[in-house]
Write a protein that binds this ligand. Structure first.
Ligand code: ATP
Ligand code: MG
Length: 394
């Protein structure tokens, strides 16, 4: 009799090349996130165990568990597996049965094998013998061997006393486990780029604190609702850490900029004020950086000279721009993948102050001079009026 899939094999990437201590800490984090995600989705499992370089979820709900584990940061890929004794005869017998159940007829196939531990057979022997057994044992399926680009593959992973058999691998989201890095303030505008920027740093293990600046009366009220949805969607990737969204009024400082600054520079004043307020939140939240969705050259305010001019508002604080080098098509592709593209389709323009001919080579001295006439004390008052939404409890 052939056993059912009874475990999910979880593969991780860079964690595996860390020092022993770091690796243990990161594996612990990853396992705790997998556990929480499974519990939240009500996917029953009896335990999660680890072997060198691999994590195994023991569950009868292998399909559901695979889907959930694949979207946890740090997971490179997952496969539902059959677990059997690492004897050659058992491998051949079970392998044949798995092929009968999972392979399509009249197609080409290959056998993959990896082996860890001491056995009285080699991985090449497994490949050859299982391949031959499949051709001979199930002629009615009319399968042929193709080792370079097979239509389907059966894999055997032999690890000490166990062998794991599988045919499917689901690609994981990759990255590093949440909490392996510190908190970062992710600015979210309701546009396409900033959620991608947030996703990219979250994927590397950062814990996000989302911040939106509410441009009312210079923006559509709907922006708030969109940002909240975007932040919620992103927060769903986080487990075991609290995630907050700050919505901060940003109308009064725009009034100041409009009254005292040249209109063609208003986007620079706006961005500088956002960074100043984001830094306040970062300090309060003990966050290590501010993240924006700026892309070099995408907007007038995103020329290298203007980015430099914007930065000087918060010289003492790191600003991360993970999308800086992306093409718009890269951003769109990722937005489709993670589900944030639909917000862009709503096509909201969130600021009516944007000038027709904005400055592209902003000079820091000109900006600072104009700012001298502005009441920047407003910024602190606005931060104090922040509306805070908790998206996920830690
Ligand atoms: P996006 O697609 O992210 O909205 P954009 O291409 O429209 O960006 P800008 O409006 O110039 O460009 O914004 C640049 C970055 O500044 C955004 O990616 C975001 O990080 C931040 N930002 C802009 N507006 C807001 C806002 N209202 N609230 C929070 N962050 C903002
Ligand atoms: Mg942009």
């Amino acid at each position: 009799m052939c056993p059912e899939y009874s475990e999910v094999l979880v593969r991780y990437g860079e964690i595996g090349i860390k020092s022993r201590q770091t690796r243990k800490r990161m594996e612990d984090l990853l396992i705790s996130h997998i556990k929480s995600a499974l519990k939240e989705a009500d996917v029953k499992f009896s335990k999660i165990r680890r072997e060198y370089g691999r994590i195994f979820i023991v569950t009868e709900m292998t399909e559901e568990a695979s889907n959930i584990a694949s979207i946890i940061f740090g997971v490179v890929s997952v496969s539902p597996v059959m677990v059997i004794d690492a004897g050659l005869d058992t491998i051949l017998e079970t392998g044949l049965e798995l092929v009968r159940r999972r392979f399509k007829q009249k197609q080409s196939f290959a056998v993959g094998c990896r082996r860890v531990g001491t056995h009285d057979f080699s991985s090449q022997e497994v490949r050859e013998k299982l391949g031959a057994a499949i051709l001979k044992g199930i002629p009615e399926m009319d399968l042929s061997v193709n080792l370079t680009s097979p239509d389907q593959t059966i894999y055997v992973e032999v690890r000490n006393q166990n062998a794991y058999l599988f045919t499917d691998t689901i690609e994981g989201v990759g990255g590093m486990p949440t909490g392996s890095q510190g908190k970062v303030v992710c600015t979210l505008s309701s546009g396409l780029d900033s959620p991608i920027a947030a996703f990219k740093v979250m994927k590397r293990g950062c814990i996000p604190v989302f911040v939106n600046f509410d441009n009312t009366p210079y923006a559509n009220d709907d922006c708030r609702a969109i940002v909240t949805e975007q932040a919620q969607l992103l927060a769903n990737y986080i487990h075991n850490f609290e995630v907050k969204l700050y919505i901060i009024p940003h109308g009064a400082d725009l009034d100041e900029a409009e009254i005292h600054g040249p209109p063609k520079m208003i986007c620079l004043f706006c961005k500088r004020n956002m960074l100043r307020m984001a830094r306040e939140i970062a300090m309060a939240e003990c966050a290590d950086a501010i993240v924006t969705g700026e892309i070099i050259g995408e907007q007038a305010s995103q020329t290298t000279m203007n980015l430099r001019a914007i930065n000087t508002a918060v010289c003492d604080f790191p600003i991360l721009r993970p999308c800086a080098g992306d093409d718009k098509s890269d951003i769109e592709a990722l937005a489709h993948k993670i589900g944030t593209y639909r917000f862009a389709e709503e096509g909201l323009s969130c600021c009516t102050l944007a000038p027709k001919y904005p400055v592209t080579r902003g000079k820091v001295s000109d900006i600072q001079q104009a700012e001298e006439d502005m009441d920047l004390g407003i910024l602190k008052k606005q931060v104090d009026q922040a509306h805070i939404i908790t998206l996920r409890r830690g």
